[in-house]
Design a protein around this ligand. Structure first.
Ligand code: FES
Length: 117
């Protein structure tokens, strides 16, 4: 996976990629068919797109679907590993934070003060 986006006209190998377009937090991002979501995000200049519990930025760490650092929400589905999913034209990607629902949110205990209200 490369963070570089080589325009088809400048490709020395002569490949003819099909462009695709997705949105990331409402911002239009262009990519090429066959790229992973992480590849599209990296090629657009994003090095991280999630925050861990400590607030530290997270993006691609392993790149092979093991570490879960690259999680994003895609078309309303949370916790999608960006390194493992191919980008599809029209995908709506939203970034996540550790405190967002569906990712590490601590469920309330039945007898906790928060659950009494
Ligand atoms: S970068 Fe590790 S799971 Fe995606």
């Amino acid at each position: 996976m490369t963070p570089r986006l080589v325009p088809a006209a400048a490709d020395a190998v002569g490949r003819r990629e099909r462009p695709l377009r997705l949105t990331v937090d409402g911002e239009r991002v262009d990519g090429l068919a066959g790229q992973s979501l992480a590849g599209v995000l990296l090629a657009s200049g994003r090095l991280h797109w999630r925050r861990g519990a400590s607030g530290a930025p997270r993006g691609v760490f392993c790149g092979i679907g093991v570490c879960f650092d690259c999680l994003v929400t895609v078309n309303g589905v949370p916790d999608v590993r960006a390194c493992r999913r191919r980008a599809q034209d029209g995908d709506e990607v939203t970034t996540q934070a550790r405190t967002s629902p569906g990712e590490g949110a601590t469920p309330q205990q039945p007898n906790s003060p928060e659950s009494a209200s």
